[in-house]
Structures are given as structure tokens and as C-alpha cells.
Design a protein. Structure first.
Length: 597
């Protein structure tokens, strides 16, 4: 059985990533890219679907973990009856190959260890041909994929499983390395584990050294930035929403989605996160990815794309996998790409406007893209859509979507006014004002004094918290305070925010879900804008307490069961954390800046 979601840690090489459990089992690895089929899929099944266990073969008294300072190098320390041992896990920062390297280090006494390697390609469905190459090497081939395994420890194979038992004493270090390569090629040269460790640690620390943030809560800021960098596909600058697929939004439920893609609506939030910490190159790379991905007809704009800007992300179910703690179906690919979500047009406009305002490198094509987007939106903004939460029910006139359409035209007007770019500013200004008036009339419940989820509805939605953050209304407008109060009354559990109340008529899905962590950070932002600083900081500290022992956050959280839910780690949660820190400490954070763009 897989660990609890919060008992995993991330290692990665900015090409792919793996999840390592507290028990020393790597239960998820996709190689050579984030979106490749998993060769370890025990996370969504059983050990027989692939894993790599490395841990003590003795009674464990205590296990502690940490990332080595300012790195994604994981160190797990097991204290046993026989002594203490550390397992150091990382993926080398070498973008021309994919390796997972582990070193067992004796700290005290002599500790018996156990290793179990079960390789299964294509999400656990393919048992590879495994052969011994020499006394220190094994090779596994299955279709297009091949893995080479190296260790000085004697191994034995049985029932398509490679096992080893050995003992490590104080001061001893025992290396293990696993390398993916295409099966039609020769394996790459062997890696030097000790040198790789030094180079990888230095690479991560050099990157962190560029962080310009020196304020309060720097440690969670840096850990979140490292997580975002670890979720970045270096060749293109695309950032995956999470490195996992089908971790459930409620244990045993069917809200299980593949998040190994790049979402357009993350664009502006991510730019703010990188720019506010001094990472202009990462921001520029994300902007370049965005421009390449959206190239084409605006009518064909998708809400999500592949790592390279791929448009084909067909969804399918893997019926041979039982799912995380029995949560089925297990899905890979994501059919939400086919939905109409008008809010992403606003996100694209806002992201490109922010890049222009902050001087993230010139790009002559950006304004052409924006003009084309506005031409399309001019005749489509009044249509219903599926909304920010990708509901699988009927289209509606979601209030947040209309607010984002307003934002799109607002950014177009400001591009003409502030930068002298060519465009029909008067016409856009009129459309902007028309949308604003419509939202304030159709999307507002005057009786309760709150904006509502969709026109004609009386329900609230956490996405309404973004209204003040994008400048749709100033923070001191009573309609903002009324909306915040309504969301706190209707959508919070233990102070944390649900996206909306489960309603199958709206989202077309059965079963509950957890509180949404990014929305909870947006509530902190709104409280700060309203001058409720003490309340904002109290909620923020509560959110920080939900991080796992190595500082990672999932998409959602179950306040009753006190456990993480959804895909993990979640980029959107960490982006929101970064921006909220700046909102609370900078005095001129993203919430204030975005409303004045």
C-alpha cells in the first residue's frame, strides 16, 4: 500500500521527477519526462506495479527527513535498534540524461539494509526483460524504454524482482544508480554518484543564490521556489501543475485527474512568483512557452497544454491499476483541454501585459497575439463556459469568467494608453465598461451583499476572491468585503476554503473534495487588502502548518482526516504561497501590483 500523500517527498532534475516515501520506496517515476508513462507506479497500485525500496531491514525507532540546505537533494535518516543510517536521494541536474541516484550512509552502529527493485513500464502494465550485464549492472528493456541499474552490492533476481540485503557500518557509503535510456540506443556512460551529488547540490544552491527575497518567511518561500523549479521542464520553460496523475481529491472518490500538463490560468500567478523573487530568466522562459503554446486561432485556445505546447492530451483510464487507496478510475491525459473556459483569455492577456510592464525581454509577437485574442473575445465574452474549475456539467455564465473577460479588455486598453501600441482603445474601453456593469448587476446578490458563482445563482465560489486581486473592484469597496464574508460563512472548514459547495448539477461529478489550498491563500490576500492583517497572518500560519515535514503542499487538504489530497506537490499551491508571503510582507505585493497594472 502506498504512503499517505504527505509522506512523500519530491526529487527532480527539471526534466522529470520522482516521489520518495518515508519508508524509502520510490513509488512514482516517469522517465524521461514528467508526462512519460511511469516505470514505478506503486503510488496508484501495489508494489507489483513498480517501485524501488531502499531502507533498513530492522526495527525502526524513528525516521526524520530533510532537504539538504537549498537543494532538492533528500536525506532520510532512520534510527534503528542496530544503529543509524541515512539514505540520500536525488536526480542529477544533467538535462541530457535521466538518472536516479541513491547513497546509503552509515551513521552509527551496523544496520542491515534491504533493497527491492521492481521495474514495470507503461504504468505497471509491462514486465520488462531483465538481464544481468555484469556483477554490478542489470539491464531492463520493455518496448521503447530501457533502464540500467548499477550498484556494488550483490543482487539476486526472483519473480521479476531484483533484491539485495547488505549491512552498512558507520562511515560506509553504498551507492545505487538507475539510468533511463531509449532501448534502441546504447546506455550512457556510468555516473559517478559522489561527484554527481556534489555537482547537483552546488547547482541547486547556485540557483537559490539568485533569490532576492530577504523578508519574513524566507524558508517556505525558498522551498516553494525550489519546488516550482523542480516542476519546470527546462527545455521549454513549461511548468507542470504537478508531477503526478490521479491522486484523489477525496479518498475513494472518482475526482482523479492527470496534472502533468501546463495550465494557462497559472501564467500570471507564476510570473509574479518568479519576478518577485528575482528570477527573471524563469519568468521569461515561461512567457516564451506561453506565446508558443497559444499560437494559432484564438477559437482553438486550450486551457492546458503539454510540456512542449502539445495540444493532444487525450484522457484515458488505466483499468489495471486499483488507484490510490482504491480511488478509481485512474486517469492519464486530461479531457478538460476540450472545454471552453473564457477566463484563460484574461490570464493570457494579463500575463503578457505583466511581462511588458516589468520588461521581461522584448517580444514583437506578443502584441499581435493579444490583438487576436481581443478580436475573438469581443464576439464571445457573452457566451457561457465551463469556468475556472473545469466543471463537467453544463456551461454557465460564471461570474469569475466574466471578470476575467473584463481584465482582458482592461489590459488591452492599458497597453495602448501606456505603451503607445496600436489598437481600438475606445471600443475596448466601452466593452470593458459594459462587462463591468453586467457583472455588478447579474453576478451580484444585493440582498446578501455578495458576488455569486454564476448569473442567477445564490451560491458563492472561491474564485470570486480574485475580483479584488485583479483590480475589478478596489479592496475597500463594500462588495469586496461582503463577498469575503460570504465565502468565510459558506465555504470555509476549519478556516480553509472550499472551491464551491459540491453540487452535481454544477460540476457533473459525484462525491466530495477537500479544501483547496490556493483558494485559502487567496483568502489571506483579501484579508490583508481589507486591513485585517492579524487575521490574515493567523490563517497564513495555519496554512504553513499544513506543509509536510519537507515543506511540500498538495492541491487539497482534508481538515477532518488531517491529510493531504489531490496531486502532489501542487505548483498552484506553492505559487499562491509565494505570492501571499509578498502580499503580507512587501507592502506592495502582487495583490496591490496587479490591481494597478
Amino acid at each position: 500500500m502506498a504512503c499517505r500523500i504527505e509522506d512523500y517527498a519530491l526529487i527532480g532534475d527539471t526534466m522529470s521527477a520522482a516521489l520518495v516515501g518515508r519508508d524509502g520506496s520510490i513509488d512514482w517515476l516517469c522517465a524521461p519526462r514528467f508526462d512519460s508513462p511511469a516505470c514505478f507506479a506503486a503510488l496508484l497500485g501495489t508494489p507489483e506495479h513498480g517501485r524501488w525500496l531502499l531502507g533498513p531491514d530492522a526495527r525502526i525507532r524513528r525516521t526524520t527527513r530533510r532537504y539538504r540546505e537549498d537543494t532538492l537533494v533528500l536525506e532520510t535518516v532512520h534510527e534503528t535498534d542496530e544503529g543509524t543510517v541515512a539514505v540520500i536521494d536525488w536526480m542529477p541536474l544533467a538535462n541530457d540524461r535521466t538518472d536516479v541516484v541513491r547513497i546509503v550512509e552509515g551513521r552509527a552502529g551496523r544496520v542491515p539494509m534491504r533493497m527491492e527493485l521492481i521495474i514495470r513500464f507503461e504504468y505497471g502494465s509491462i514486465v520488462p526483460w531483465v538481464r544481468r550485464l555484469d556483477h554490478q549492472r542489470l539491464g531492463a528493456i520493455g518496448g521503447p524504454d530501457a533502464l540500467e541499474f548499477r550498484t556494488p552490492v550483490e543482487t539476486r533476481g526472483e519473480n521479476f524482482t531484483t533484491q539485495a540485503r547488505f549491512t552498512v557500518g558507520e562511515g560506509e557509503r553504498v551507492p545505487f544508480a538507475l539510468t533511463w535510456y531509449p532501448s534502441h540506443e546504447d546506455p550512457p556512460d556510468p555516473i559517478d554518484p559522489e561527484e554527481s551529488l556534489r555537482v547537483t547540490e552546488r547547482g541547486w544552491r547556485d540557483w537559490v543564490g539568485h533569490c532576492t527575497y530577504r523578508g519574513r518567511w524566507r524558508e517556505p518561500m525558498v522551498r516553494s521556489l525550489l519546488t516550482l523549479k523542480g516542476l519546470t521542464y527546462e527545455p521549454t520553460g513549461g511548468i507542470v501543475a504537478a508531477p503526478t496523475a490521479s491522486l484523489p481529491e477525496w479518498i475513494g472518490g472518482g475526482r482523479n485527474w492527470d496534472y502533468r500538463f501546463c495550465w494557462l490560468r497559472d501564467a500570471t500567478f507564476t510570473l509574479y512568483a518568479f519576478l518577485g523573487a528575482g528570477y527573471r530568466e524563469e519568468a521569461a522562459a515561461w512567457r516564451r512557452w506561453l506565446l508558443r503554446a497559444v499560437a494559432g486561432r484564438p477559437a482553438d485556445l486550450q486551457i492546458l497544454y503539454g510540456l512542449r505546447g502539445d495540444r493532444r492530451t487525450e484522457e484515458r483510464e488505466l483499468d489495471w491499476l486499483p488507484g490510490y487507496e482504491g480511488s478509481r478510475p485512474v486517469r492519464v491525459g486530461n479531457a478538460a483541454k476540450d472545454q471552453r473556459q473564457l477566463d484563460v483569455y484574461g490570464e493570457v492577456m494579463d500575463a503578457l501585459h505583466l511581462a511588458r510592464v516589468t520588461g521581461v525581454g522584448p517580444d514583437e509577437s506578443a502584441w499581435g497575439v493579444q490583438r487576436t485574442v481581443l478580436d475573438f473575445l469581443e464576439t464571445h465574452w457573452q457566451e457561457p463556459d465551463h469556468g475556472i474549475w473545469e466543471v463537467r456539467g453544463p456551461r454557465r455564465h460564471f461570474t469569475h469568467s466574466k471578470m476575467m473577460a473584463w481584465l482582458a479588455f482592461d489590459r488591452g486598453v492599458k497597453a495602448v494608453e501606456r505603451f503607445g501600441l496600436e489598437g481600438p482603445a475606445n471600443r475596448w474601453r466601452a466593452i470593458r465598461d459594459k462587462i463591468h456593469a453586467q457583472v455588478c448587476h447579474e453576478g451580484f446578490d444585493a440582498e446578501r451583499g455578495t458576488f455569486v458563482q454564476s448569473y442567477g445563482s445564490r451560491a458563492v465560489d472561491a474564485s470570486l476572491l480574485l475580483g479584488s486581486l485583479i483590480g475589478f473592484l478596489p479592496a475597500d469597496d463594500p462588495r469586496v468585503a461582503g463577498t469575503v464574508d460570504a465565502i468565510q460563512a459558506d465555504l470555509t472548514v476549519d478556516g480553509l476554503v472550499l472551491r464551491y459547495r459540491g453540487d452535481q448539477a454544477v460540476d457533473g461529478l459525484e462525491g466530495p473534495e477537500g479544501v483547496f489550498l490556493a483558494c485559502s491563500f487567496w483568502l489571506v490576500d483579501n484579508l490583508a487588502l481589507l486591513g485585517r492583517q492579524d487575521e490574515a497572518e493567523q490563517l497564513f500560519e495555519h496554512l504553513l502548518s499544513l506543509q509536510n515535514d519537507v515543506g511540500l503542499l498538495a492541491e487539497q487538504y482534508d481538515p477532518k482526516g488531517k491529510r493531504m489530497l489531490g496531486n502532489f506537490p501542487q505548483a498552484f499551491s506553492h505559487v499562491a504561497l509565494i505570492n501571499t508571503i509578498r502580499n503580507l510582507t512587501a507592502g506592495n505585493g502582487p495583490a496591490q501590483e496587479r490591481s494597478r497594472l
